[in-house]
Design a protein around this ligand. Structure first.
Ligand SMILES: [Zn+2]
Length: 272
């Protein structure tokens, strides 16, 4: 499932290929996504130039010259690809036609969505209105953490909470807590000041590194020279159940536990 680094990589890909480009035509091939694609997006966006593409948490926002927007979530399996002519595949949902190529949204499991919002509505939408600060922002600091962490919850679930901090999911929460040497089961109220500072530092460090390696779980874009998906080789604990811990010893095995229905991977020996 795409998390912040993967969505950031997709944002960069879209920016380098489509920022400043005019949409000539839109074709809806299959409107069934988490929310049905509204047919009237065609009317609102035809002949419009994309003026900015940005990311908020795990969401992409496309801004058009008439200030209308598209809010996009990739769900579990959503991805974009560029094609030169109408050559569609199974699970293609939406096509944007540009002068020199076509941008296709494909989503096998249909948990993603593409929603239209009028000017200024998008930031107040149900998806974004309560979302927490970006992990790279100055707002996500020690003071914010102290004031806003729910004391009784464990640290893994806190980091997973999009209203606390935006963009983290299963993979990066496990990796961040390994980097910070914090046990994912640890209650937030039991964290000392240095540990909180370390978690914030590790959050920024791991995400930054993941972006520079092109994310972890990400599909090939067909037309792209960018390196993508290479953070998979950099994972220290995620998906490493029963392998030796790379930090403390080869004898101590990485454990997998389930927290709120989601897998967490960690080393019991060096994460306290
Ligand atoms: Zn260890």
């Amino acid at each position: 499932m795409p998390e912040l680094p993967e969505v950031e990589v997709v944002k960069k890909f879209l920016n380098s290929n489509f920022n400043g480009k005019r949409i000539q035509k839109i074709k809806i091939l299959n409107k069934k996504l988490r929310y049905k694609i509204e047919t009237n997006i065609t009317k609102h966006l035809i002949n419009q130039i994309i003026t900015k593409i940005f990311r908020r948490g795990k969401y992409l926002i496309l801004l058009f010259e008439n200030k209308n927007t598209l809010l996009i979530h990739l769900g579990m399996t959503g991805y974009f690809r560029i094609i030169k002519e109408e050559n569609y595949k199974k699970h293609d949902h939406l096509v944007f036609y540009f002068e020199s190529n076509l941008l296709v949204y494909n989503d096998i499991r249909k948990f993603g969505f593409i929603k239209f919002y009028k000017p200024d509505e998008v930031l107040n939408s149900q998806h974004l209105v309560k979302i927490g600060p970006e992990p790279f922002s100055k707002e996500y600091d020690f003071k914010y953490f102290k004031l806003n962490s729910k004391k009784t919850t464990n640290i893994k679930n806190l980091l997973m909470d999009q209203n606390f901090v935006a963009g983290l999911g299963n993979i990066y929460c496990s990796e961040i807590l390994f980097d910070a040497k914090i046990n994912p089961k640890r209650r937030c109220k039991k964290l000392n000041n240095n540990q909180i500072k370390q978690i914030i530092k590790s959050t920024k460090k791991i995400l930054d590194k993941a972006i520079s390696f092109g994310g972890t779980t990400i599909k090939n874009f067909v037309v792209s020279n960018e390196k993508i998906g290479y953070f998979k080789n950099e994972l220290k604990v995620y998906g490493k159940e029963d392998t030796g811990c790379v930090r403390c010893s080869k004898i101590n095995k990485i454990k997998r536990i389930v927290q709120s229905g989601r897998s967490t991977f960690f080393c019991e020996n060096c994460q306290k």
